[in-house]
Design a binder for this molecule. Structure first.
Ligand code: PLP
Length: 370
């Protein structure tokens, strides 16, 4: 591929530092819940300007743990239909009932009017997702609606490391924020996740839940229905090295996105509009196809004729159309359906060059014209 869909980036000095740290944990025998995990939590909390960050095994567990602490199982949780499977699955695994809400295709976030209309007597909370790393101005409406209806808000910030709205960072808008370090994410840890919160109780309960519900590391009293949601020390070492590159990675992604914006100024492909007050990490660079274009055929042509791989959509199929959620299949969620059907994600990474961005846009234009 002349332009791959994505690329992870571990500079040589980071690889050396990671290996040195892993060697230290192999020598000490402290392979989980150790000093590196604590260092990662402290640096993540500082970078996200929150008092607490709790490292866990995945972005999925970073969602499920706060949902359990918030006792989501008491009722119904509202989730936007345009998200990854794990957003909805974590709600169900926490014991709550799930209700899908439509999104506004222009913001890719919960449609505030649809959110308000979906609130019922059983609703206890809302999960919002910063799709592609974009936090739109409507986050303020979502916060206001939650506060007015006595609902908690959890942010699925799996895409949004370092993103902000009005200088407020992802992970700080609700009761808790959930981040993922899956290899495709802005920072990669292999596997792993992080919970951010300003709430002392959520933080202390999260420590219990992640370690099999044990009240403390050195006793055997299990006080909560927890699970093995721990992060290992080698994963913490990898993630810490990546976290220290977060600003640099986001700056590079934003540079590529700015180049795409220029190149697409008069294009039939319409980029997502990101207002100045939203600081987007460009986990994805999202653009909308002209009507009638077959996305699969376009992507295939780009791969085969131009050696350009577009990255995966966010998402191709809305959640209520997934087989596993078949009992929601009749729901009318036109915003999510339109968004999922019509967008593409141009490749972005921390190592991509401006020349590659130019090649992507030239290729897309040629493929659309052909
Ligand atoms: C929006 C969203 N939520 C949750 C997750 C789950 O994260 P993980 O794969 O680390 O469990 C992902 C990522 O894969 C995601 O993209």
């Amino acid at each position: 591929m002349r332009v791959p869909a994505a690329a992870i980036h571990f500079p040589e000095e980071d690889r050396e530092e990671i290996l040195r740290r892993i060697d230290e944990c192999l020598k000490s025998g402290q392979l989980t819940l150790g000093a590196i995990g604590k260092e990662l939590e402290a640096e993540f909390a500082a970078a996200h300007q929150v008092p607490h960050a709790v490292a866990v095994s995945s972005g999925t567990s970073a969602l499920e743990i706060p949902l359990r602490v918030l006792e989501a199982r008491q009722g119904e949780v509202l989730v936007q239909a345009n998200s990854f499977f794990a957003t909805a699955a974590a709600v169900l695994s926490s014991g709550a009932r799930l209700r899908f809400v439509d999104c506004d295709p222009a913001t890719m976030s919960l449609d505030p009017a649809a959110l308000e209309a979906a609130i019922g007597p059983e609703t206890v909370g809302v999960v919002t997702v910063h799709i592609g790393g974009y936090i739109p101005p409507s986050i303020r409406d979502i916060q206001r609606i939650c506060a007015a209806n006595d609902l908690w808000l959890v942010e699925d910030a799996a895409h949004a490391h370092g993103s902000a709205y009005d200088n407020q960072l992802a992970g700080t808008f609700g009761a808790a924020g959930s981040f993922s370090f899956y290899p495709t994410k802005v920072i990669a840890g292999g596997e792993g996740g992080m919970i951010t919160t300003t709430d002392d109780r959520i933080a202390s309960e999260a420590l219990i839940y992640r370690d099999q519900g044990k009240a403390s590391f050195d006793n055997n009293d299990h006080t909560r229905l927890g699970y093995n949601w721990r992060m290992s020390e080698p994963h913490a070492a990898i993630t810490l090295a990546q976290l220290r590159r977060l600003d640099e990675f986001v700056a590079h992604r934003r540079m590529i996105a700015a180049r795409y914006d220029e190149l697409l100024a008069d294009s039939p492909l319409r980029p997502l509009v990101v207002p100045d007050e939203s600081f987007c990490n460009y986990y994805k660079y999202i653009a909308f196809l002209p009507e009638g274009v077959d996305r699969r055929a376009l992507k295939q042509r780009l791969r085969e004729d131009f050696q350009v791989a577009l990255s995966g959509e966010v998402y191709e199929t809305p959640l209520h159309r997934q087989s596993v959620f078949a009992d929601h299949a009749d729901e009318h969620l036109p915003g999510a359906e339109e968004l999922c059907a019509r967008h593409v994600c141009l490749p972005v990474s921390a190592v991509m060059t401006e020349e590659q961005a130019e090649l992507v846009v030239e290729s897309v234009h040629a493929a659309l014209a052909g």
